[in-house]
Design a protein around this ligand. Sequence first.
Ligand code: DLL
Length: 433
Amino acid sequence: MIWNDEFETLPREAIESLQLKRLQQVVERVYATVPFYRAQFDRADIKPQAVKTLDDLRRLPFTLKQDMRDNYPYGLFATPLDQIVRIHASSGTTGKPTVVGYTKRDIDNWAEMMARSFVAAGAHRGDVIHNAYGYGLFTGGLGAHYGAEKVGASVIPMSGGNTKKQLMIMQDFGSTVLTCTPSYSLYLAEAAAEEGIDIRQLKLRIGILGAEPWSEKMRDEIEDKVGIKAIDIYGLSEILGPGVGIECIEAQSGLHIWEDHFIPEIINPDTGDVLPHGEQGELVITTITKEGIPMIRYRTRDITRIIPEPCVCGRTHYRLARMCGRSDDMLIIRGVNVFPSQIESVLMEIEGVEPHYQLIVDRDDNLDTLEVQVEVNEQTFSDEVKVMQDQNRRIQKEIKDLLGINCHVRLVEPKTIARSEGKAQRVIDNRPK
Ligand code: DLL
C-alpha cells in the first residue's frame, strides 16, 4: 500500500523538476532571511540566481552541526518566532543542544512523511501503534505520534522507560505496531521473558525501528526474538526527525528518502567531492520544503550510499542503504577504520552470543586497544570453560579476518551489559583526548 500515490510514484523527471523549483525557492528564501546563509553564499561568491540546474547545488557551501551551535538557539531560523509552533532539540553530548523550529506547515509535512513511512512499513488504520520513542525535546515520540494519527491508527503515547508497564499495555491493549529503537525492542523481549510473557505470542506484527545504527544480523535477531517484521527508519532532528527515510515492507532493502522534500547527496567526507550513485560516503541533505529552519547541504556524518535502482514496491524515490554508522563514531584503532556495526555483524553470526555488546577502546603504552564485551546465553555460560574459550577465539579470529585488528574478547554473563531505553551506547572510548 502507498499513502500518497501521487507523490510517492512520481516519474524521475517530475521529481527532478519539482526538486529544482523548490530548491531555487528555498535558496532565495534563506539568502533573504538568514544572515548566516547570506554570509556563506557571499563568501563562496554565489548568488541564489546562479542555481539554474540541480547540479548547481554542489556549488553551494555545506552546513555543519557546528554552524547550528554557533547560531544557538534561533540564529538559523528563516521565519520569525511567532510562526514557529514547535521547538525540538537534539541532545548534544557536549555543550549546548542543536535547536530546530517547525512552522505549522512543517508539522503537517512531517506528519505526511511519517504517515507515508508507517504505510510503507505495512501499518494502517486499525493498527494499535505502541509508540515507545521518547516524547520531549527528542523528535522520536512526537514525530511518530503525529504520523500515526494521520494514518488513522490508534496511537498509544507510551514514550520510553517503565518497561514492565510497557509490556502490560502491549498485552492488554493489543498493540500491533511497535515503534522504538532496535536495542529497546530486544530489551522488551528479554523483560517479557522474565515476566513469563512470550512476546512472540502477542499481537505485535511490525516494528518500526531506528534512531541508532543496527545491522542486518541484528534485524534477524529481532525478528526472531520479538516475532515481528523489523523495518528500519531513519531521521535526524536537524533535517526533520524520524521519517526522512524508511524501508518498505515489500523489499526491506534500503530506505526510501522522500525526494519531494529532500535532496540527498553522497560526498567523500575528506574532500567534500560529490560521489556517483552507488558509492559509499557521507550523506548530505538539503531540505526543499522546510520553512522554520531550512538546511542547505547539511552534512549528516552518516555513512551510506544511494540506491537509484527501481524498487519492487513501486515507489520511485531513491533508497539509501542501511546506515553503516557515523563518520564521527568510526573508531580508528591502530590506524584501522572500524565501524561498531562491522563488529556487531561478526558477533551476531556466532552461536550462543546474545545481541548485547559494548566496545571498550583504550590506550596502553601508546597503542590503541579494543576490548569486545559480549554477553553469551545461559546455556553457553554454564558450559565447560573450553566451549567459552573456543567461542572467544572464534570471535577474535573473525574480527581479525574482517578488519585486520587484534582485539581482546570478554564473554560476559547474560544481562550484565547495561540496557538502554533509547539509543544504546555501544562504544566507550577511554583514550586520552
Ligand atoms: O534519532 C530521529 C529518529 C527518531 C530517527 C526515531 C528514527 C526514529 P537525532 O536524535 O537527531 O534524531 O539523531 C540522529 O541518529 O544522524 C544517525 O546517526 C542516527 N540514526 C537515526 N536513525 C538511524 C537508523 C533521531 N535508522 C542520528 N540507522 C542520525 C542508523 C540512525 N542510524
